[in-house]
Design a protein around this ligand. Structure first.
Ligand SMILES: [Ca+2]
Ligand SMILES: [Ca+2]
Ligand SMILES: [Ca+2]
Length: 1018
């Protein structure tokens, strides 16, 4: 158990209750565009020339800085702002990014980090130290304002912007994208087209050329978490996670847990989606409900802009509120907004201050934590180019404290502070038409009723309006600032008190409120919502009293660290991991309502789980992970509670990163959840894995076949140590009887399959597989990935050289799954011609114990460079079968290609089922059976022959007609032909299958050929 108490000299204390943000009003600042508080940092030497004092180059630095925000602190406090979200303050790309006209541009917005542990020289000082940052945090806290930093761990800098994505750790070079022998980055194409809706691509592909950080790499994991902790040590109260949708989602859970382990905080992420029909909407609310990271409310943002900006009916807002209310477990933590730095400002889409005021009033009184984009209160906007980036980021024009918007924000901030119905209450529609929205917030007996009429011209008679407000007269809380009026409420029943009919004037907002007096304790918030024993949790609400009482997790009393009438901090107790009802008992013995807290067994470690050769799927079916801990869903088997969907870039192998408790031995299984929700459990025993106590980890197993659909865990609440395994109802491969490869080869096919689905004894404890030759025809400088997987506990050394005369490219030691990305040396300059490179690899595999093990797969993958119109050319993998233990390896021959091109050849798989040695002219019959897994098009097979040198003979000898194949559908073919040519009438012949595909432009493809059984008869 770790309890951190922070009193570090010279560092800044964060706010006491950082996890309770529901009463806050956030103000989003692009630091460079707010206020220039110091000229000394405007053109620092290490990044000289990126500053434009004329402020005409919208993509240059304009001088705004941290001292500038500090100097405007009383302005912010006077507006009722209680938290600021500042653009990423970390040391940022130092180089110029010329635009299309050669003008210098800079990462003034801060989203291109080069050193997450130093402060950007344009925002602080030319030495990149923390002085100005600390001063800002201190000043903010003195003004009752919390500080949120924008944290952007998805990427470093643009890989083509002069620093090659380089990352530094407090000044020490870590690595860069172009020479990434450590695998700190993902090397994938840019996300584009339908990839924006693809779970794998959004997380692992590249965002706008920004070097995509591999968060699961232990070094990157430690670096990013240490950086976040450093900001906590410097007093930061919260983190806005940039591009959360594009980080590894499962890693996000462990990031949140790492932050909460150090101290309480508030986290919310950017998960862009247009509406609740977005293909990944379900993933978004699953993530927000479980990860500890709330989200910016983009669906509601769309509705707000449509209703107030484009005059859509209020039903557009009402339906999103209702839908998200059903879906998000912690909907009051969603961060709501009208506009931000990624979209045109509201006044650029509708230059109508009335509508802006209505949108502000709605955002500050509806459910969620409101966030105001800087300058909104000054009606700041520049409509050039529609007002989108970068014209949505003008320099702050004025700091007037007398605008209506400024006063409106102040007034409603005060209501949010003082009436718990706003931060914690339910939200329900009471009266609606296309122009009028009357909604009620209610928390126990505290009530706020808001009426908005957005019409510029029409007033409406409001009759039959009911409310929970007690009988009485209510004046407008805004004192007529937006033309509001008073109402009279008479008694009714069941929270349906009748409001005397009234006429609601055009373009008005009225706010009526009632704050409950003394009552029993009422919990409205807990934060974080999940964590292990020993961490700090903030319980917030109302009527806790001034004298300390008790807080219980279930029946267990937690240690109270601080107590106030509205906020309590406690340390989570050491009880078994489960969901607990948390209650507050005041000093008078009155007990509150309960709120749920998920207690974890230990701090979380991100683990990559892979299941190979999983149950075949149709479109809409997914493989999930489930297991015996709360993190793994407690053996649940539903979309929303099991871990997943897993990702199949190497179909039918699926993987997912999940954060699981450190040091615990966990039990798990994989399941298929079909599109119709039918669940298929893999057979066999539960898998078992002991989670490392630090860093990251990975585990890879085979899907267990046999008795599929009948095997389930025995119990939903057993612990890791007591959980008995359950045998499959079906047969399990005779693993224990196989002593060597010869025995394996004698097995019937069905039993071979069973063995293959186990961590079976295919290889002896030490095995050298030398001289796997792969011929690759590829442009120099292109990335080439080599992937392989081994049984648990095995390790291998992979040596790659271009050929015998070329220098070694890479040598590495690894265990289990490994995706190695190497880049072919660009020996061929920029010439767009296809070069031929001979790759020689040596795999020395070794098991950590004397037990035999298995190599599951080996494969190579090529990526086609975006924008390159040329064909990928041929990819030939020449596995000398004679050196392989059996055709088991061929069973998993893997091919991945990605291409933007239409109708270009994908690949040639050159099979060598046996060396076909002929010594005379003769007739041969080839037959083959192969299976392809792919998506996004049709495929056809071609059969070619190779000469003894392994080179493709261009003459086509067999062609399977174009056939639109479903995932997993097999293709078989037979060709009876006469070997008619005498030019290679003797020697070694090789046989290939060539796959083509036809795709719509921009479509993506991946394929796997498995079971490529080829026989030749004379
Ligand atoms: Ca400055
Ligand atoms: Ca910099
Ligand atoms: Ca990413």
């Amino acid at each position: 158990m770790f309890v951190f108490v922070l009193f570090i000299v010279g560092r800044t204390q964060k706010s006491l209750f950082a996890a309770d943000f529901k009463r806050e009003v956030i103000y989003q600042i692009i630091t460079d565009r707010f206020f220039d508080g110091s000229a000394s940092n405007n053109d620092p030497p290490q990044s000289a020339g990126l500053y434009d004092p004329t402020k005409t180059n919208w993509r240059a630095y304009w001088g705004g800085d941290l001292p500038g925000i500090q100097q405007r602190m009383s302005y912010l406090a006077g507006m009722g702002v209680t938290a600021i979200w500042i653009s990423p303050p970390v040391d940022n790309l130092n180089t110029n990014i010329p635009d299309a006209n050669g003008n210098p541009t800079a990462s003034y917005q801060g989203y291109q980090a080069r050193d997450f542990k130093r402060i950007e020289e344009h925002f602080g000082n030319p030495n990149n130290t923390w002085t100005e940052f600390d001063n800002l945090v201190t000043a903010a806290h003195q003004n009752g304002i919390k500080v949120i930093i924008d944290f952007a761990p998805n990427n470093s800098t643009q890989n083509n912007a002069g620093e090659f994505g380089a990352l530094y750790d407090n000044g020490t070079f870590l690595g860069n994208f172009t020479n990434d022998s450590n695998g700190y980055f993902h090397h994938n194409p840019n996300i584009s087209g339908s990839g924006w809706d693809d779970r794998y691509q959004v997380q692992y592909y590249t965002l706008f050329d920004l070097a995509d950080i591999n968060q699961e790499h232990a070094t990157m994991d430690a670096y990013l978490k240490a950086a976040a902790r450093l900001f906590q040590q410097h007093g930061v109260d919260g983190f806005r996670i940039d591009a959360m949708k594009h980080l590894t989602w499962g890693w996000g859970y462990s990031l949140a847990n790492s932050i909460y382990t150090f101290d309480d905080s508030f986290l919310f992420g950017e998960w862009f989606q247009g509406n609740t029909s977005d293909p990944l909407y379900r993933d978004s609310f699953k993530f927000a409900s479980k990860s500890g990271i709330s989200l910016l409310d983009f669906p509601l943002n769309t509705a707000i802009r449509n209703v107030f900006g484009s005059n859509a009916d209020f039903s557009a807002i009402d339906s999103v509120i209702a839908q998200e209310g059903n879906d998000f477990a912690w909907k009051e933590d969603l961060v709501t907004f009208i506009d931000n730095h990624e979209m045109a400002r509201f006044l650029s889409i509708n230059n109508n201050n009335n509508r802006l005021h209505q949108a502000i009033a709605f955002t500050l009184t509806s459910r969620g934590i409101p966030c105001i984009y800087y300058g909104t209160e000054q009606y700041l906007h520049n409509d050039t180019g529609g007002g989108t980036d970068p014209y949505n980021r003008p320099m702050m024009s004025s700091f007037s404290t007398s605008t209506i918007a400024y006063q409106l924000i102040n007034r409603l901030s005060s209501l949010r502070r003082n009436n718990p119905a706003i931060p914690y209450g339910s939200m329900g529609q009471r009266w609606i038409n296309k122009d009028v929205y009357i909604y009620e917030r209610k928390f126990f007996e505290s009530v706020v009723l808001v009426a908005i009429n957005k019409s510029e011209t029409s007033s409406y008679n409001v009759s039959s309006l009911n409310t929970s407000l007690p009988a009485g007269n209510y004046s407008d809380y805004l004192n007529g600032l937006l033309g509001g009026l008073s109402i009279t409420v008479s008694s009714g029943s069941d929270n349906n008190n009748r409001v005397t009919n009234f006429r609601l004037p055009a373009h008005t907002v009225s706010v009526w409120q009632f704050t409950e007096g003394a009552a029993s304790p009422q919990i409205g918030s807990i934060g974080p919502t999940t964590g292990q024993p020993g961490i700090k949790v903030v319980v917030a609400g109302n009527n806790f009293g001034t004298k300390t009482g008790t807080v219980k997790f279930g029946a267990t009393t937690a240690t109270v660290n601080s107590w106030s009438p509205t906020q309590i901090t406690v340390t989570t107790p050491s009880v078994v991991n489960a969901n607990y009802n948390v209650t507050v008992t005041n000093s008078g013995g009155q007990v509150s309502n309960a709120i749920q807290y998920t207690l974890l067994a230990a701090n979380l470690i991100p683990i990559k789980f892979t299941v190979n050769n999983a149950s075949p799927t149709e479109v809409g079916d997914y493989i999930f992970l489930t297991g015996n801990t709360v993190e793994l869903g407690n053996w649940s088997a539903s979309f929303d509670s099991a871990v997943g969907p897993m990702l199949p870039p190497n179909y039918p192998n699926w993987f997912i990163v999940a954060s699981v408790p450190a040091g615990q031995t966990i039990l798990f299984k994989f399941i298929k959840i079909a599109a119709n929700s039918a669940v298929t459990w893999e057979a066999g025993s539960n898998h078992q894995y002991t989670v490392p106590t630090s860093g990251t980890g990975f585990v890879s197993v085979n899907w267990q076949y046999g008795g599929e659909g009948q095997s389930q865990p025995l119990s939903s609440n057993s612990t890791a140590t007591s959980m008995p395994s359950r045998e499959s109802a079906g047969p399990v491969g005779p693993t224990s009887e196989i002593r060597n490869l010869e025995e394996f080869d004698k097995l019937p096919i069905r039993e071979k399959e069973n063995v293959l689905s186990q961590d079976g004894p295919l290889l002896p404890p030490s095995y050298n597989m030398e001289d796997i030759q792969m011929r690759v025809f590829v442009h120099g400088g292109w990335p080439l990935a080599i992937s392989y997987s081994l049984s648990r506990g095995a390790s291998a050394r992979l040596t790659v050289a271009t050929d015998a005369t070329e220098p070694l490219i890479q040598q590495l030691d690894t265990g289990e799954n490994k995706d190695v990305v190497i880049r072919i040396p660009d020996r061929f300059g920029e010439a767009p011609r296809v070069a031929k490179i001979h790759i020689r690899t040596t795999v020395q595999a070794r098991h950590s114990t004397s037990a035999p093990f298995m190599m599951h797969s080996i494969g190579i993958a090529l990526e086609e460079n975006e924008g390159n119109a040329g064909p990928l050319a041929a990819l030939q993998s020449n596995f000398p079968v004679s050196k392989l233990p059996s055709d088991a390896l061929m069973n998993h021959l893997l091919l991945n290609t990605w291409t933007q091109n239409r109708t270009s050849p994908i690949s040639n798989v050159i099979l060598q089922p046996a060396a076909i040695r002929t010594s005379q002219r003769e007739d041969l019959t080839y037959s083959f059976v192969a299976k392809t897994f792919y998506r996004g098009g049709a495929a056809e097979f071609f059969l070619y022959e190779l000469n003894p040198q392994g080179e493709l003979i261009p003459e086509l000898v067999f062609r399977q007609g174009i056939k639109p194949l479903r995932q997993g559908e097999g293709v078989s073919g037979r060709w009876d032909g006469r070997k008619s040519s005498g030019e290679f009438s003797y020697g070694v012949h090789r046989l290939g299958i060539r796959m083509w595909r036809e795709l719509a432009a921009g479509a993506k493809w991946y394929g796997l050929i498995c079971d490529p059984q080829v026989t030749v008869s004379r």
